[in-house]
Design a protein around this ligand. Structure first.
Ligand code: NQM
Length: 406
C-alpha cells in the first residue's frame, strides 16, 4: 500500500510479502522505488528522501513486551482546538494558547486516556523503517521515522492485524529500528480506518482524520543516551574555532546549532540552504565529529545524526528550525526529530527542573520551513505526543524493474 504518513510518503508492506533475507529484500526495494536515480523514474519513489521510504509491518514478536518501569502520570491533552493553521503559513498566535490541531471527526480525545505505562507494554505490530536512498544503491535501517509511523496505525487496521474498537483503535507499535514504543490512535468506524476529518498539519494540503501518536522509551534511541556527552551544551572543534552545540537523542539523534553561527538568519528556504555547497561541507564535517561523540561511531554513511539549525521563533512558536536530514534540507521537520528538539527546548528552560518533578508536560511549538509542529513533552514520564494525519494513496501490486538475464 502506498501511503502518505504525516509529511512523508512511502510503500507499506507486510513483512510476509517481502523476502526474509535482508540483502534480497533491500535489492528488491531498490528496484521497487527506482533507485539509484535522482528522479527514481523507473520506480514508485518520488526522487526525494521524504518520498523514498518503506515500512515493513508484522504481527509483533514477544520481544515487544517492555519491562521499563512505569509512570502513572497521565499526559496532558494536546487538542482539540478550533484553530487550524494554513498548510503553508503558520498562525501567529501564541503557542501556549492555541494548539495547531483542529478537531478531527471522530476525535481521539485527550491523551490522558492512553495507557500511562510501558511496563508490560505488549505491542500489536513491529514496524521496521527502511530509508531507500535516492541516488545510491543503498537501503538503510539506521534510523526510525515518525512521519511514516502515523500510517502504520491505519495500515495495521487495514490488514486486520489489530482488533478494532470504534471510534478509536489504539495500535501499539514496537519500532524495530530503535526498540522505542508508540501508541498510534486511529479513528475507526465499523472496523475500518476513517481518513476524512478536519485536522490540518503544516506542509500537507487539505485536511484529514486526527491521528495521535504517543511515544515511550525514546531517550537514547540510537545514541548512547538522551544527552550522550552528559552535557546540554558542548563545544565541538571546528577548524581554528569551536562550534557550540546541543547533542541530544529523544527518538532521533540531533545536533542543534545556532544558524547565526553560520552567518545565516535561520529563516532561509531549504532550496537556499541546499544551494550552498560550502555550508553543506561545513555541516557535514561537524556531523562526523558529533556522531562520534554521540556514540554512533563513523556516521559518514549513516542518515543520523540530523543537523538542526535554530533561530529565534518568529511566528509565536518556541524555536525556528532548519533540519539537514542529513544532506538534503527537510521541507518541514521529522516527527521524532521534532520530539528531540522539543525535549532540548524543555530541558534548557529554567522551569525544566520543576517540570521534571511534576510530569505536567509542556507543549513546544517548533517552527519549520512550511509551518509548525506542536509536541507535548513530559520529561518526568519520558513521554511525548504529536498529532498527525495519514491516508492510503493506492493499494495493489507493484512491478519492480527486472533485468534481462545476462
Ligand atoms: O524524525 C525524515 C520524515 C523524516 C524522519 C528524516 C521522521 C522523524 O520527515 O520521525 O519522520 O529525518 O529523515 O519523514
Amino acid at each position: 500500500m502506498l501511503m502518505r504518513g504525516g509529511t512523508s510518503k512511502g510503500a507499506y508492506f507486510l513483512a510476509s510479502d517481502l523476502p526474509e533475507d535482508p540483502t534480497e529484500r533491500d535489492a528488491l526495494l531498490l528496484r521497487v522505488m527506482g533507485s539509484p536515480d535522482p528522479r527514481q523514474i523507473n520506480g514508485i519513489g518520488g526522487g526525494h528522501p521524504l518520498t523514498s521510504k518503506v515500512a515493513v509491518i508484522s504481527p509483533s514478536s514477544p520481544a515487544a513486551t517492555s519491562s521499563t518501569p512505569s509512570s502513572s502520570t497521565p499526559m496532558p491533552s494536546i487538542g482539540p482546538s478550533s484553530t487550524a493553521p494554513s498548510s503553508t503559513a503558520p498562525s501567529s498566535t501564541s503557542a501556549a494558547s492555541t494548539a495547531p490541531f483542529s478537531t478531527g471527526a471522530p476525535s481521539t480525545g485527550p491523551l490522558s486516556t492512553a495507557p500511562s505505562s510501558t511496563a508490560g507494554f505488549s505491542a500489536d505490530v513491529d514496524y521496521l523503517f527502511l530509508q531507500v536512498h535516492v541516488d545510491e544503491p543503498r537501503v538503510s535501517a539506521g534510523q526510525p521515522c515518525g512521519n511514516i509511523l502515523a500510517g502504520v496505525g491505519p495500515f495495521a487496521v487495514e490488514r486486520g492485524l489489530v482488533p478494532t474498537t470504534d471510534p478509536v483503535t489504539e495500535v501499539r507499535v514496537r519500532m524495530v529500528n530503535t526498540g522505542a514504543l508508540a501508541v498510534v490512535s486511529v479513528p475507526t468506524e465499523h472496523g475500518r480506518p476513517v481518513y476524512t476529518g478536519s485536522t490540518v498539519i503544516s506542509g500537507v494540503p487539505g485536511r484529514g482524520a486526527r491521528i495521535v501518536t504517543e511515544f515511550r522509551d525514546t531517550a537514547g534511541s540510537l545514541a548512547s543516551a538522551l544527552l550522550p556527552t552528559g552535557n546540554i551544551v558542548d563545544s565541538l572543534p571546528d577548524g581554528p574555532r569551536t562550534q557550540t552545540t546541543t547533542l541530544i537523542d529523544n527518538g532521533m539523534p540531533v545536533v542543534l546549532m545556532a544558524a547565526a553561527d553560520f552567518g545565516l538568519t535561520g529563516y532561509e528556504s531549504p532550496a537556499e540552504l541546499e544551494s550552498r555547497p560550502d555550508l553543506s561541507k561545513h555541516i557535514e564535517r561537524l556531523r562526523l565529529v558529533a556522531g562520534d561523540l554521540m556514540g554512533l561511531g563513523d556516521v559518514s554513511a549513516m542518515t543520523v545524526p540530523k543537523m538542526c539549525l535554530t533561530a529565534p521563533p518568529r511566528d509565536g512558536g518556541d524555536v525556528c528550525t532548519r533540519m539537514f536530514i542529513p544532506h538534503r534540507v527537510h521541507t518541514g521537520i521529522g516527527i521524532l526529530a521534532a520530539v528531540t528538539v522539543a525535549t532540548a527546548v524543555a530541558m534548557r528552560e529554567s522551569t525544566a527542573v520543576a517540570m521534571r518533578g511534576s510530569g505536567a508536560g509542556r507543549t513546544v511549538r517548533i517552527e519549520h520551513p512550511t509551518g509548525y509542529l506542536d509536541v507535548v513533552v513530559d520529561l518526568g514520564a519520558g513521554r511525548s505526543a504529536v498529532v498527525s494525519t495519514a491516508r492510503p494513496l493506492l493499494d495493489g501490486h507493484v512491478y519492480p524493474y527486472e533485468e534481462l538475464p545476462a
